[in-house]
Write a new protein. Sequence first.
Length: 392
Amino acid sequence: MDTPERFSNLPEYAFPRLRKLLDSHPAGGETINLTIGEPKHAMPGFVAGVLAENMAGFGKYPPNDGTPELLDAISGWIGRRYKVDVGPERIMQLNGTREGLFNAAIALSPETKNGRKPVVLIPNPFYQVYAVAAVEVGAEPVFVPATEETGFLPDYEALPAEILDRVTIAYLCSPANPQGSVAPRDYLARLLHLAEKHDFRLFSDECYAEIYRNAPPPGALEVAAEEGIDPERVVVFNSLSKRSNLPGLRSGFVAGGPEAVRLMRRLRSYTGAPVPLPLQRVSERVWSDEAHVIENRALYAEKYRDAEEIFSGVNSFRMPEGGFFLWLPVEDGEAAALKLWTETGVRVLPGAYLAREADGFNPGKGYIRVALVAPREETRRGLIQLRDCLYT
């Protein structure tokens, strides 16, 4: 039976690839898993109670776009966090942001742009759903390096006008996964004006925005409002997975201009998998509470300080501005991950698995990604072993 050719060139996903690299070799010590970015801190204490109060909701079909109360809660959070008035009509709940990052491209990327094949811009390295979305809509993915030379952010402004005039979507993640770089306000402003000039949308993945070291990262919605940018230029994604340690809730949102949200809602009415009603009630409460977010951020701050102390003598070490990953330079990411596993039992992810080769260069090859999600003492032990194995 024939299969779709458009997906035939997808590389194997990062974690099956990692298992192939490591699992045929014995661990060199107690296993400490610093690979996957699955939050391990405690979820908010009130979640179980809210869920129990709303169990009857499992007997009803949930609203596709989100309950009015949930959309109001998200709108209120956006207003408090970014000082922007984004009404519920400009918001749609998501079954986790991966769904939204994929389906929004289907809803919003046209089949052609200026009579030619469209382009989707993707920072390199990147969250892999961006590339699959580009393939699904028949666009040409253009992987733009986000390296130390560019502040670990993609320099979309440097692309030729011939490419920019074909762009329908530009993906951006801030704080970035995996590098932890934060897009400053002026960077976002320039990018949004570039989108206006060349008529494309910015898809801003802000799932790590509530985990940061110093100042809260600026958001695309607030910068667009300050700059007077057409609201249709900006589509923002966020979730409760990282902010609230609820990755299994599968609850997020997308916010954008009225027309963009109308189109996404129309597609979702046919294809969407809405969040069950009891989980929407939980989400409503979680978006309305900030105390647990502050506590969560304090736990990551402890791990930031541990990492800074442990790697203080490593000249190549760079602290992330946000998120919960370290992006550590090594000679070869695969070789380093294998050495670390076989000599210590610590598991990390080779950076090349999060990037693509473009123009003969994979910008993740000389890095490993280290997740700071395990309990503090376990994370600390893993980081010390990593330092001693790879940097001394």
